[in-house]
Design a protein. Structure first.
Length: 284
């Protein structure tokens, strides 16, 4: 009795589900291009939408980041601003995904991309994220799944920001950043005195007193301007997002010989450090 011989599946053959997914992906791309050409972006309308978004404190308050590097600081636009500009510019698709995770080598291969469907311009970034973090001058491995996820998400957001900005015209980005800074400088319509007090209060919740704020800005609180408050807001958001540590943003001042006053001196008296547990206690 003869039985039919089943031929081995060759490498050029694919499963039915894979074929369906490939066809769906091709149809989705074709549909996106067709819709973008049928409804092209109106630059004037896009600018109006961008100006309205950047004129609100809700966006301006989280539009910039700040972190230390090589003895200085690096500032720039956040992923929040990038996504808003992609939405207002229109006809842009973007995303980030983890393509492969290797637990043996403790790393993830990821991809971030942005595609201007109307102009058919695509920017893709493929990168490897180690399952580790740099803490106090040392590299520490990440073992908890949640820590690995958050580390991948943070790295993916930075690459996604770069990809989005790569497909949006520079003039559009520059105008948005300038408007966000103007919004921060103006504040929410409150007098400058109230804004100063509000800034001092939010930093006090982080254990940072007004003296350290004055030291950072190089001016006393009665001389602060709207730009100074805006800079403090950027620093505060970076602290909340854990992009910078308190010690890095507000380093303790060093005491020099000229600042040490004698009992009969007329200079400013040097008070105890903020972390002195015996501050304000009478001596016996």
């Amino acid at each position: 009795m003869n039985f039919p011989v089943q031929q081995a599946q060759g490498p050029d053959r694919i499963g039915q589900q894979t074929a369906v997914e490939q066809s769906r992906a091709v149809a989705e791309v074709q549909a996106a291009i067709y819709v973008a050409r049928q409804f092209p972006r109106d630059v004037g309308r896009s600018r109006s939408a961008m100006q309205a978004a950047c004129g609100s404190m809700a966006l301006a308050d989280k539009a910039f980041y700040e972190f230390p590097r090589a003895g200085g600081k690096v500032t720039g636009s956040t992923i929040h601003l990038a996504k808003t500009l992609a939405q207002t510019w229109g006809n842009i698709q973007y995303g980030v995904s983890e393509m492969r995770r290797d637990d043996e080598y403790r790393q993830s291969e990821m991809q971030a991309w942005a595609w201007d469907v109307e102009a058919n311009t695509r920017h893709v970034l493929t990168f490897v994220v180690p399952h580790a973090k740099f803490v106090k001058g040392k590299v520490e491995a990440l073992l908890d799944l949640r820590d690995i996820y958050e580390n991948n998400a943070n790295n993916g957001a930075r690459r996604l920001r770069e990809a989005i900005f790569a497909v949006i015209p520079d003039f559009f980005i520059d105008e948005a950043e300038e408007l966000c800074r103007e919004t921060l400088n103006k504040g929410d319509g409150k007098p400058i005195e109230q804004r100063v007090e509000g800034a001092i209060k939010v930093f006090q919740q982080l254990g940072i007193n007004a003296d350290r704020l004055e030291q950072k800005l190089g001016r006393t609180r009665d001389q602060w301007s709207g730009a100074d408050i805006a800079q403090l807001l950027i620093t505060h958001k970076s602290l909340q997002r854990r992009e910078i540590a308190v010690e890095e943003a507000f380093p303790q001042a060093r005491i020099t010989g000229a600042e040490i006053t004698s009992k009969n001196g007329g200079g400013r008296k040097q008070g105890p450090p903020d972390d002195d547990p015996w501050a304000g206690q009478p001596t016996k």
